[in-house]
Design a protein around this ligand. Structure first.
Ligand code: ZN
Length: 112
């Protein structure tokens, strides 16, 4: 891996000093890995087939799902539009016709 040019003066005579990169021409010092530190990895939510889900996707339910606190069941094959990804055990927030606001697990859905 060649060292990057100085971001201030574009000099190519940069050198490494421990964790720092140093430019001998303008004296600028910076860290080589600042990019990877700044960009925190976004959480990836995948459906039952391993397809990556994103906000606004449409999915179908691949398993009969009991609705907590009621006797109703969301049937296999139920289509859900415009999902929203959230943090937590149930990582999909959505509205299902006849049920209202629901939270689903991504492992029990399939992207359409
Ligand atoms: Zn420089």
């Amino acid at each position: 891996m060649p060292l990057p040019n100085c971001p201030k003066c574009s000099s190519e005579y940069t050198y490494e000093d421990r964790d720092l990169l140093v430019c001998p021409e303008c004296g600028h010092e910076w860290t080589a890995h600042s990019d990877s530190l700044e960009s925190e990895e976004a959480k990836v939510v995948k459906d039952a087939n391993g397809n990556i889900l994103s906000d606004g996707d449409s999915i179908t339910v691949i398993k009969d799902l009991k609705v907590k606190g009621s006797s109703s069941v969301i049937k296999i094959g139920t289509k859900v539009k415009n999902i929203r990804l959230i943090d937590g055990d149930h990582d999909i927030d959505c509205r299902i016709d006849g049920f209202g606001a629901m939270k689903l697990k991504s492992e029990f859905v399939k992207k359409i």
